[in-house]
Design a protein around this ligand. Structure first.
Ligand code: ZN
Length: 302
């Protein structure tokens, strides 16, 4: 580390690619390598239904002996005929929620977007898989919308859930979600599943992680990409679809959604974008017996 902050150059990461006629990029908000490499046991714990021994066995079976999860924050950008759309916006700058050690590692999205080479770095739409702060804070971190011309879009049930005075989610999730909703104000639009919210961008039911958690299918000229948000965090979860995390608010429904989306991605050989997989979070899912595996695209060197 040269002591540079996120977005100052050394940590900005951009991966350009296309889906049919659509120009796309994954722009990293930060890639958490050491010193902040969260333990796998934080994600898959007895409290979230994964016994310690089952996690140890799964890691041993994988053969890599790792104990930590390489957590990416992969924001997906798509140039649609209606303008540039961004799907999820990272944690933003000055983030102290997980402790100061993470703050210099994230917040690179806005800088990365200007370097991504789109005709404009002013999105016409910011679309959210859900309103957890690691997806939405990047759009409001300064206390006002980071992209003032963009229309914010989230599932109607997601907005309703966090807005409800009786919302049952933990306060550390509720507070930033409500703050984002407040700052978006009247501009925030709710969508439903199975809708084309922008040209070539279709919503897909991924509920469970949160009540309005959404996947998105990009389609152009016979090519397709499925953006799955927080449907899974790690490749271990593809081999263990019933594993949930402490952040899956409706655990049963999250498992059903994970299975449905993972089976579809494998059976239809879809290019998959997974927000928290190592940068750029793109890959294909393949059946391995009665389990599933992750094949990164482009292939990872590790
Ligand atoms: Zn997340």
């Amino acid at each position: 580390m040269a002591g540079k902050g996120a977005g100052d150059g050394d940590r900005t990461r951009v991966h350009r690619f296309t889906v049919g006629d659509l120009s796309c990029a994954v722009v990293s908000d930060g890639q958490l390598d050491p010193p902040w490499d969260p333990p796998l046991a934080d994600f898959f714990s007895p409290a979230s239904g994964v016994p310690e021994q089952e996690l140890r066995d799964a890691v041993a079976e994988e053969g890599q002996g790792r104990a930590t999860l390489t957590c990416g924050y992969n924001c997906l950008c798509v140039e649609t005929p209606a303008g540039l759309a961004v799907i999820d916006t990272g944690l933003g700058r000055g983030f102290l929620g997980y402790g100061p050690d993470i703050a210099p590692l994230v917040g690179g999205f806005t800088g990365g977007l200007t370097e991504a080479g789109f005709p404009t770095s002013e999105p016409a739409a910011v679309v959210f898989t859900h309103l957890h702060e690691d997806h939405a804070r990047g759009a409001v971190w300064s206390g006002e919308p980071s992209f003032p011309d963009a229309i914010p879009l989230a599932h109607a049930a997601e907005v309703a859930f966090w807005s409800d005075a009786a919302c049952s989610a933990p306060p550390e999730q509720r507070r930033p979600a409500r703050e984002a909703i407040r700052l978006f104000g009247e501009r925030l639009r709710g969508f439903e599943y199975d809708a084309e919210i922008l040209p070539h961008v279709h919503t897909v039911d991924a509920a469970g992680h949160t009540p309005g958690h959404s996947a998105f299918l990009l389609r152009s000229r016979g090519e397709r990409l499925l953006c799955v948000g927080d449907t899974f965090y790690d490749r271990l979860q593809l081999a263990h679809l019933a594993w949930r995390t402490p952040w899956d608010l409706d655990a049963g429904r999250s498992v059903l959604s994970r299975r449905r989306l993972v089976e579809r991605a494998a059976d239809e050989n879809l290019l998959v974008h997974a927000y928290h997989m190592p940068f750029p979070g793109l890959g294909r899912i393949e059946r391995r017996g009665d389990r599933f595996g992750w094949r990164p695209v482009p292939p990872s060197s590790s």
